[in-house]
Design a binder for this molecule. Structure first.
Ligand SMILES: Cc1ncc(C[n+]2csc(CCOP(=O)(O)OP(=O)(O)O)c2C)c(N)n1
Ligand SMILES: [Mg+2]
Length: 894
């Protein structure tokens, strides 16, 4: 008895698989070893590179001698090893050669699950015997020709335009078409696509139905937005489309090719996040209706770390999307970089091994194989709900773009490429020779495609052009507006019924009778919250629970994600409670009868992918408040691309609104250089709120790309969160969040401050001086937690003539409220901005020109804070203490 036993173990399942062969025939054992040789090493010898530049190695594990086998040997049935009815070794070898060493091959040996592996071997090996109908062959050809016609048309009409053509890898279109069709067949309703530049325009116009006339209009240098729509716009290779595809058999699928920035692979987690949000809102709510498809370049997928960060999310509870299909559009070059300089691995697609994903590698010159493996990919994803990778190896006909000369750097490669027949023409020759399609039919189809593009081109002439309807603020987003001025919500009522708020606060710490919370937590958190409620006071975490809970009661969903957010970095939040006997997790806010849902996602240790993911999540529906929290604010810098490319400019570039909230713990409390600063100055530099040197009221009330706040009270934080959803538009919100204020004895808000009729205060008046402003000679403006230190210092020194005014919102700058405060202290002659950050950091560089140029009284406003420093803070606690003491002395000595 030959037995193979293995245990598949992962965090979700443990499966014992016992496979036994019913014979002890040693020939069968040897055949089994030969089969393993092909399955594990056959790919090294495969004919997958159309340029024949990749080294092909015949592993000795493919030699019959090694297994005491020879071609003429009579063999028993091999059906238990491979699905094959044969009598000779020769037939076995031919079968395996075709399966693994020809124009398509696979790597499955790294997969842990025996069940998956066996399914994949059987399916993949049988592909070679699968016939493709004549009708499908014609479809394949048509997709290839459509791509080629498009590239040629663009080359002719716009010879200097950088279109990142698909010539040399047109099979990408075949792959996408097969994935879409198979998705429709498998009851999938949506495909969300994240992809880079290569072939994007072909897919956009020739398959995903972006109106060609609007596309040509844009290529000519015009806006993609109609006259009534405000926006910066983006380059053509970043444009998105969302449309219904219907196939010949009547099946349909909705495809969303989402916007991407140039920053390669950054769109991957965005696509995944959007897919997850779609799945959340699906009728079935099981994630079975939406698929994520990611296309990658061969150089980018191997080089960019965000790819591995994204792959790592694929099976995590708060992130899984039931498997993503990855297609590497591999032209064996990245700009001028050849594979030997671009990666350590043999294949770009080896990244799939990182998560045990099946990898199928196919010669792009064999579009029928491309079609088959693409269908298989959908089948695998549907069955196992996991990622799968297809590596499509072709070439790139021109330089990185069509105006680059590739032979400067790749002379022999391009000598080879120049002499090649195109993939569409090669395939046309094949199916014409098979008698499936005629020369005349090909000519007529090609001409019809050209004519169709020409007709659209004519519609893009200025005298003919009319925009197709804009697609933003449709569907789930209908009813929302593009906000025109920041004044819309200056006093937006975001209060909530006090009784209900108290109830939410109580419910937020309530657990079932059989649930045991850690005793210390019960005292310091649960009971402490209830005690404070008796005095109608809420601390930061309570206000957060009340904001989240009240939104849920109003039907909004809230998703909070980030490292350890369930508990909170500072052990302040406790949205998840853990039973001390069983580890069971209980979420009080999800058990208080609200119609909205709270999703608490303790993320893996990633910022870049996770923040992009949450941004992607936010794009799907305005009914979810997506919150991402950095463990400490400084860690947001590893997600800089998410901020720069998506959060800051997505509405301006793409008309895509997002209500994402970034919670970034910030504050100088002696924690050292890395845990003190979320780099307020960097966010403020990204704000487009207005030009500082103008006094025109209209310009001051300009639209803004996001809100940056540094709230100092729980109530204000409460309003800021609620404002995100109560508005009739969506904007990202960046919060310089608290650390010491979470437990500061003075940092409580009366619940009345959250009652109906209350709102987010962009500026907080000085509670101690507001009643007697005439005594005030000097005014300090500040922001954040330093207010409490200043207030204490003033009290300790019994200073009577200084007012301390807090800017709770820094961008957009609250001009009107600042003016009111300046006016209030009409006897004040001296003004200072006090911050704990160093001078080259914090809000100073943003507020300075505004104070100096907008208001006469503050034209000489003084800076009081740390001097410029190379790092945000000192790591030496004695120095920190001295600096803080000096700061407080300086603050009252101007
Ligand atoms: C993060 C990032 N770094 C660098 C670039 C500049 N760049 C644009 S395309 C490209 C080469 C991409 O090669 P590959 O991924 O193989 O795609 P291909 O253009 O060959 O389809 C580079 C380096 C970029 N867009 N993004
Ligand atoms: Mg490439």
């Amino acid at each position: 008895m030959i037995g193979l036993r293995s245990v598949i173990k992962n965090s979700k399942t443990t499966v014992n698989v016992v496979r036994s062969y019913s014979t002890n025939n040693s020939t069968l054992l040897n055949i089994s070893r030969l089969v393993d040789g092909y399955r594990n090493h056959g790919h090294l010898a495969a004919n997958i590179d159309p340029l024949a530049r990749m080294e092909r190695v015949r592993s000795e594990l493919l030699n019959l001698d090694r297994y005491n086998l020879n071609k003429d040997l009579e063999i028993p049935s091999v059906k238990e090893i491979i699905k094959l009815d044969v009598d000779t070794i020769d037939e076995v070898v031919q079968f395996l050669e075709k399966a693994y060493c020809d124009d398509v091959t696979a790597q499955f040996s790294h997969i842990e699950s025996v069940e998956e592996k066996e399914w994949l071997y059987e399916k993949f090996e049988s592909i070679q015997n699968e016939t493709i109908s004549n009708e499908s062959k014609v479809e394949i050809l048509k997709n290839l020709i459509k791509s080629e016609v498009f590239d040629h048309f663009m080359q002719k009409k716009f010879p200097t335009f950088k279109r990142y053509g698909l010539e040399g890898n047109e099979s990408m279109m075949v792959s996408c078409d097969a994935i879409f069709k198979e998705s429709a067949k498998s009851q999938l309703k949506n495909v969300v696509i994240g992809m880079p530049h290569r072939g994007r325009l072909n897919l956009l116009v020739q398959m995903c139905k972006y109106p060609a006339k609007d596309f040509f209009w844009k290529v000519k240098g015009n806006s993609e937005f109609d006259e009534n729509t405000i926006g910066l716009g983006d380059v053509t290779s970043h444009i998105a489309v969302s449309s219904d595809l219907e196939f010949n058999n009547g099946e349909k699928v909705h495809v969303s090719l989402i916007h991407n920035p140039s920053h390669l692979e950054a769109v991957d987690p965005v696509a995944a996040g959007k897919t997850r949000a779609k799945q959340f809102y699906e009728a079935s709510n099981g994630g079975s209706e939406s698929l994520c498809l990611m296309l990658h370049g061969d150089a980018a997928v191997a080089g960019q770390g965000v790819v591995t960060e994204t792959l790592q999310l694929s099976q995590l509870p708060g992130f899984t999307i039931g498997g993503c299909i990855h297609v590497v559009v591999n032209n064996q070059i990245g700009f001028t970089t050849i594979p030997s300089n671009g990666r350590t691995n043999r294949y770009s697609s080896d990244i799939g091994k990182y998560i045990g994903a099946p990898i199928i590698i196919v010669n792009s010159q064999s579009p029928e194989q491309v079609e088959k493996v693409s269908r298989l990919a959908v089948e695998y994803r549907q069955r196992f709900k996991k990622d799968i990778v297809i590596d499509l190896i072709g070439w790139r006909k021109f330089g990185h773009n069509e105006v680059d000369e590739p032979a400067f750097t790749q002379p022999t490669m391009y000598d080879n490429i120049r002499r090649r027949q195109s993939i569409p023409q090669r395939y046309a020759t094949k199916i014409i020779s098979e008698g499936i399609y005629s020369e005349a039919e090909l000519a007529s189809f090609t001409q019809a495609e050209k004519d169709a593009l020409e007709a659209q081109f004519q519609l893009a002439q200025p005298e003919n052009f009319k925009y197709s309807p804009m697609d933003h603020l449709q569907g789930k987003w209908s009813g929302l507006i593009q906000s025109k001025t920041i004044q819309n919500d200056a006093k937006l009522d975001t209060g909530y019924n006090v009784k209900e708020l108290e109830q939410i606060a109580q419910d937020s710490v309530k657990v079932p009778a059989d649930f045991s919370v850690h005793q210390r937590l019960n005292r310091s958190f649960g009971n402490a919250r209830l005690d404070k409620l008796k005095s109608n006071l809420a601390d930061w975490a309570t206000a957060e629970s009340m904001a989240v809970g009240s939104l849920m009661k109003q039907g909004y969903n809230v998703r909070i994600s980030g490292q350890d957010v369930g508990r909170g970095t500072f052990s302040q939040r406790h949205f998840n409670l853990h039973d001390q006997a069983t580890d069971r997790v209980y979420q009080p806010l999800n058990n208080m009868g609200a119609s909205g849902k709270l999703e608490v996602v303790n993320s893996n240790l990633s910022e870049f992918a996770v923040l992009c993911y949450e941004y992607g999540y936010s794009l799907e529906s305005p009914k979810t408040l997506p919150i991402w929290e950095a463990q400490f604010g400084d860690f947001v810098n590893t997600a800089q691309v998410a901020v720069d490319q998506f959060i800051s400019g997505s509405e301006a570039k793409w008309l895509r609104q997002s209500s994402i909230v970034l919670l970034l713990p910030h504050g100088y409390d002696g924690a050292g250089p890395e845990h003190s600063s979320c780099r307020i100055e960097r966010f403020l530099q990204l704000s487009d709120t207005e030009a500082v040197n103008v006094r025109d009221e209209e310009l001051v009330n300009k639209e803004t790309n996001f809100y940056f706040i540094n709230p100092s009270t729980p109530a204000n934080y409460f309003h800021a969160l609620r404002r995100q959803m109560i508005r009739n538009y969506r904007k990202p919100l960046i919060v310089a969040g608290p650390k010491v204020l979470l437990r500061h004895p003075a940092c409580f808000s009366p619940i009345e401050d959250m009652a109906p009729g209350t709102h987010f205060e962009t500026v907080l008046s000085d509670p101690d001086t507001v009643s007697n402003p005439s005594a005030i000679k000097r005014v300090i403006f500040c922001s954040g937690k330093i207010f409490y230190d200043l207030q204490e210092e003033r009290k300790a020194k019994n200073i009577q003539d200084v007012a301390i005014v807090r800017l709770e919102q820094i961008a957009p700058f609250p001009y009107e409220r600042v003016q009111e405060e300046i006016n209030r202290y009409s006897n004040a002659t001296k003004f200072a901005w006090v911050q704990e950050e160093q001078q080259n950091s914090g809000a100073w560089s943003f507020v300075e020109p505004r104070f100096k140029q907008r208001f006469d009284q503050t034209s000489n406003i003084k800076y009081i804070g740390r001097p410029p420093l190379a790092a945000p803070a000192t790591g030496i606690s004695t120095i920190h203490k001295k600096e803080t003491a000096k700061l407080l002395v300086d603050a009252f000595s101007f």
